[in-house]
Write a protein that binds this ligand. Structure first.
Ligand SMILES: Nc1ncnc2c1ncn2[C@@H]1O[C@H](COP(=O)(O)OP(=O)(O)O)[C@@H](O)[C@H]1O
Ligand SMILES: [Mg+2]
Length: 309
């Protein structure tokens, strides 16, 4: 296996670099590469698949590589790339099968008319990627020496969530999204604070959507805007989470008990007018429920210990 992986690495890396590609990350035996043009990316993928197909990997049964190409802006930090284009490529490749080259709809649009000789794109349909956007069109590269027939794209298993679908595209603020994503990896409470209308809710939704897969019990959006009575905060949480409340159990206790062993993200939107009660409930949740993360939006900080504003 070690020898097979070494040959695989050599082929993939040399085909990437032959097309001016830049390997910005390897994860196990996976390569992440950036290209100057979608045409070169596709050529690199096709040639790598062809060379891999000609290799004899009989010693390890077989070695089949899935590849995907997405296009878009990315942020560079210390030689690594981040951002939605990177996430989309990763999600796309996770739906494919060994030997397959998948191309996102926007790449297909960019490359029509300048496809490498002998290569065509077959539309496979649309899939729901794990973010808030509309379904993404997916194409497969077809050409000589490329395997053509595959099983259907893998159904995406996204943990449950109730994030509202956004119909407009998210503009700018990539650094803010990244900062929140990073904080959510380690911190129990992150609060987006600012005046009304400046984009707190949208930013929180965008960040929550991009980390949907990180928590197996899901991501739950709780809109507190329409609640005027502090006494209702806990019941709204119970109802969004679908917790059945046993008789004789105090609501807060029922909530904490439910959350105790669950791994989920709660997006508490519009906390400002209920700040005292929200702070009390959040403080109790994050001290007792180790795997619960809270992302709040508010005009004022919650002033709870451990809060990242
Ligand atoms: N980065 C963004 N890209 C696109 N639309 C945005 C962005 N930020 C805010 N909006 C839009 O502006 C409006 C106000 O933003 P919102 O998040 O509701 O503000 P806040 O929660 O701070 O009151 C909403 O319609 C929202 O979708
Ligand atoms: Mg808001």
């Amino acid at each position: 296996m070690r020898d097979a992986v070494r040959r695989h690495d050599e082929i993939v890396r040399s085909e990437i670099e032959r097309r001016r590609g830049y390997v910005f990350k390897t994860i196990g035996d996976a390569f992440c590469a950036a290209f100057w043009s979608v045409g070169e990316a596709l050529e690199a993928a096709v040639d790598a698949q062809r060379r891999l197909g000609r290799e004899n990997f009989a010693d390890v049964d077989e070695l089949r590589v899935r590849m995907a190409i997405a296009a878009g802006e990315a942020d560079e930090r210390s030689g690594d790339y981040f951002g939605t284009a990177v996430n989309r490529a990763a999600r796309l490749v996770s739906t494919g099968h060994g030997g397959q080259i998948l191309v996102s709809g926007d790449v297909a649009d960019l490359i029509t008319g300048s496809l490498p000789p002998g290569i065509t794109l077959r539309q496979l349909g649309t899939i729901a990627l794990r973010d808030l956007k509309a379904p993404e069109r997916v194409f497969q590269a077809i050409g000589a020496e490329l395997r053509t027939e595959f099983k259907a794209l893998r159904a995406l298993e996204t943990p449950p969530n109730n994030l509202p679908l956004q119909t407009t595209s998210f503009v700018g603020r990539q650094q803010d999204v990244l900062r929140i994503e990073r904080l959510l990896e380690t911190e129990a409470l992150v609060t987006v604070v600012g005046a009304g209308g400046m984009g707190k809710t949208r930013l929180a939704l965008e960040a929550a959507a991009s980390v949907l897969n990180d928590r197996k019990d899901g991501t739950w959006f709780v809109d507190l805007a329409s609640i005027s009575d502090e006494a209702l905060v806990i019941s709204v949480l119970l109802s969004v989470l679908g917790v059945d409340q046993a008789k004789g159990v105090a609501p807060l206790e029922a909530l904490l008990k439910y959350l105790e062993e669950r791994e989920l993200l709660l997006v508490l939107d519009n906390c400002e007018h209920l700040i005292g009660e929200v702070a009390r409930v959040v403080a109790a949740m994050i001290s007792r429920c180790r795997y619960v993360t809270v992302l709040a939006t508010s005009r004022e900080p919650l002033n709870v210990g451990g809060e990242n504003v």
